[in-house]
Design a binder for this molecule. Structure first.
Ligand code: CP
Length: 325
């Protein structure tokens, strides 16, 4: 292979979906598809990132994102190391900058960070030489979730995103997942609808490329997919919702609602779910649900992200050739 013909990945960090061109997005999704095949084999490990190291720095709780980055790194033969807020010197008052510089002194190739402060990942990316991946920062962005959601929808829709309708339902105000998905999917021509009580819509939402609904029966009509969002009670101020039972009556997606959507409509949820509050339990487990497909897509997508950042090269070198040209 000629070096000059090899596609290169131009980004040191992955901080938000807005930094990706359409070509880069599809290159990343194609790379993830190659890794998805590896995840279906009896032996799910390749030597591609042998000798690389990835720090998982999660200052907020996580099951899916943290575990899937860990699995992704290990399946690529990278060494992965975890740091949580509890048990680290962050809990003794060490600053984010000092913690990050300390980690960098151990020469990782990539730091994956989740933090409650919007902008935390960018703050590190500007100060560290290694790559930084935003695994969720405050209410701001969750780019790897939006990328895996896009991957999951591509498995159903193929490359026909233009003209599809996606309804995002629930606690939009506190959702970094919603922000990243609105950016990414609307840039592909998806018509994005939002449905939430007024108190759970963010300030400035009227400037977003979306249509806003207050009634779920109206919002779901003809939708090709519905993404339910968790009610983030831990981030809410008192008084945003007077009554959880009334919320569930008005905004919990049920089979009755899905029957009003487009034929073949699918249901997504980034997790973790409050069954019976934003999504009915029966729908969460229904054949229309992509929720566990999203989890599987998360491993493949995060393998692609680690690969592209660690090698800054392109798709020809993925999978089985161990990073050799
Ligand atoms: N979707 C998501 O970010 O889930 P976790 O909080 O479990 O990582």
């Amino acid at each position: 292979m000629q070096h000059a013909q090899r596609p290169t990945w131009p980004h040191k960090d992955l901080l938000d979906v807005t930094q990706l061109t359409r070509a880069e997005l599809f290159h990343l999704l194609d790379t993830a598809a190659q890794f998805h095949d590896i995840n279906r084999r009896p032996v799910k490990k390749v030597p591609t990132l042998k000798g690389k190291s990835v720090v998982l720095f999660f200052a907020e709780p996580s099951t899916r994102t943290k575990t899937s980055f860990d699995v992704a790194g290990k399946r690529l033969s990278a060494d992965t190391f975890s740091l949580a807020k509890s048990g680290s010197s962050l809990s003794k008052g060490e600053s984010l900058k000092d913690t990050a510089l300390t980690l960098q002194a151990m020469t990782p190739d990539i730091i994956v960070i989740r933090h409650s402060s919007s902008g935390a990942a960018q703050f590190l990316a500007e100060r560290l030489d290694c790559s930084v991946v935003n695994a969720g920062d405050g209410w701001h962005a969750h780019p790897t979730q939006a990328l895996l959601d896009c991957y999951s929808l591509r498995q159903v829709w193929g490359d026909t995103f233009e003209g599809r309708t996606l309804l995002i339902l629930g606690d939009i105000a506190h959702s970094r997942v919603a922000r990243s998905n609105v950016h990414l999917l609307s840039s592909l021509g998806v018509k994005v609808r939002l449905c939430a009580p007024r108190t759970l819509l963010p300030a400035g939402v009227h400037n977003w490329p979306v249509t806003i609904f207050n009634r779920l029966d109206d919002a779901v009509q003809g939708a090709d997919a519905v993404m339910c969002l968790r009610l983030q009670l831990e981030r809410q101020q008192a008084g945003l919702l007077p009554d959880l039972r009334e919320y569930a009556q008005r905004f919990c997606l049920s089979p009755r609602h899905l029957a009003m959507a487009a034929p073949g409509a699918r249901v997504l949820h980034p997790g973790p779910m409050n069954r019976g509050l934003e999504i009915s339990s029966v729908l969460a487990d229904a054949p229309e649900s992509l929720i566990l497909d999203q989890v599987a897509a998360g491993v493949a997508t995060r393998m692609a992200i680690l690969f592209l950042l660690a090698t800054r090269t392109g798709i020809e070198q993925t999978a089985d050739n161990g990073g050799r040209a």
